[in-house]
Design a protein around this ligand. Structure first.
Ligand SMILES: *[C@@H]1O[C@H](CO)[C@@H](O)[C@H](O)[C@H]1NC(C)=O
Ligand SMILES: *[C@@H]1O[C@H](CO)[C@@H](O)[C@H](O)[C@H]1NC(C)=O
Ligand SMILES: *[C@@H]1O[C@H](CO)[C@@H](O)[C@H](O)[C@H]1NC(C)=O
Ligand SMILES: *[C@@H]1O[C@H](CO)[C@@H](O)[C@H](O)[C@H]1NC(C)=O
Length: 349
């Protein structure tokens, strides 16, 4: 009788500390990483859609991967470093045809994407579609693991999101009838909808990037400065509200603007020699967005010899060095930069 009770108890202990994944068991503290966003996070999804928003040609990727994976950088992106710090493998793009293994997470991000469907329409996977791809993965995980185990995986996972920059950089591009406040409200509204959809499927831990000063970094546009300020204020407000509304919701928000201010005020301390000129491109400060020249012709572009001295790799995208710094601050930054949690705390919780 007592030995039977022992066995039952032991089984329960076993069942709660491991769960089966395709015949293997993952440890209880297995934390997957799901990624949504734009070119800051796209690890190659755009290679598999009809688009010109691609970085699958040289000199992209050469620092780390030695070939162009589709990442808009000389090397790794922020989620690649987060995966490393969390002892996860590189998280593959959702559209990569040989990728059927979602237990470590998956990357839905798409270069050119926005929170609004109109942003990069027909050229990128918008946030709503990324969120529907997440729902497909959620279904597949439930089929594979069963409802209970899938729920555990999804609730322990971290969801890393960056969105909005393309919506605001597009603000000038066409005539927009909404006021700036209304426009920001739509972007934040759609971001909030995506977060709530993930929450409904079991997601609890979110890592969200606020925006840098878009007007300062990109071809001078005061309106982008104002839009990014409005966005950041609204984002802080909404995340605090979700924290109250949604039980168990926890988040790490990084103030990229502060991180950028810190880098720009002490570039040498962080190992940067050049923060204005991009490594790759043409024209003034190489800020024409034509890195890679004729898209495939590996002789027709200007590129620096050491990307690690630069903040920007091309006109719009950071070097691996800058991505690593942001990732470090996202992982273990103090609450004035990344808060209320940092990602390390969310992965360990
Ligand atoms: C997001 O914004 C677009 C406007 O571009 C709108 O049509 C769409 O319904 C919104 N909602 C979600 C959840 O994406
Ligand atoms: C960036 O930080 C500065 C200084 O705190 C602030 O004045 C500015 O509004 C911030 N910009 C954005 C886009 O958050
Ligand atoms: C690549 O660009 C260079 C310089 O503009 C040019 O001389 C060369 O013919 C181009 N090659 C191809 C394959 O287009
Ligand atoms: C954030 O706080 C840390 C210590 O808690 C401090 O060293 C750092 O200078 C602060 N950074 C900013 C940008 O306020």
């Amino acid at each position: 009788m007592s030995s039977l009770r022992f066995c039952v108890t032991a089984l329960l202990v076993c069942a709660s500390s491991v769960y089966l994944v395709g015949g293997r068991s993952l440890p209880k503290n297995h934390v997957a990483l799901f990624i949504l966003g734009d070119s800051m996070f796209d690890a190659g999804n755009n290679n598999y859609i009809e688009t010109t928003f691609r970085a699958n040609y040289c000199p992209y990727g050469e620092t780390f991967f030695k070939y162009a994976t589709g990442r808009f950088s000389d090397g790794r992106l922020i989620p690649d470093f987060i995966a490393e710090y969390a002892n996860l493998p590189l998280i593959p793009p959702y559209l990569q045809p040989d990728n059927h293994q979602f237990t470590y997470g998956v990357n839905f991000a798409s270069a050119g994407a926005g929170a609004l469907a109109e942003t990069g329409q027909g050229m990128a996977i918008d946030l709503r579609t990324q969120s529907s791809h997440f729902k497909n993965v959620e279904k597949l995980l439930r089929q594979k693991l069963g409802d209970a185990e899938a729920k555990i995986l999804l609730s322990q996972a971290v969801y890393l999101i960056t969105i909005g920059a393309n919506d605001y950089l597009n603000y000038n591009a066409k005539s927009i009838s909404e006021s700036k406040e209304e426009y920001v409200g739509m972007v934040i509204g759609n971001l909030t909808a995506a977060i709530k959809e993930i929450y409904e499927k079991g997601g609890r831990k979110f890592g969200i990037l606020a925006l840098g000063d878009l007007g300062a970094f990109f071809p001078p546009m005061n309106v982008a400065t104002i839009l990014s300020q409005l966005h950041n204020a609204e984002l802080s407000k909404v995340l605090k509200e979700l924290n109250i509304q949604l039980e168990g919701f926890r988040y790490a928000k990084q103030d990229i603007n502060l991180t950028a201010a810190e880098i720009l005020s002490n570039p040498e301390i962080h190992g940067f020699k050049e923060v204005a000129t991009a490594c790759c491109g043409s024209g003034f400060n190489r800020r024409n967005f034509d890195c890679g020249g004729k898209r495939g012709n590996c002789t027709a572009y200007e590129v620096c010899s050491d990307p690690s001295e630069y903040l920007f790799f091309d006109a719009y995208h950071l070097t691996e060095k800058a991505n690593k710094l942001i990732a470090e601050l996202l992982w273990s930054g103090t609450p004035n930069i990344t808060g209320p949690y940092n990602l390390k705390a969310l992965f360990e919780a």
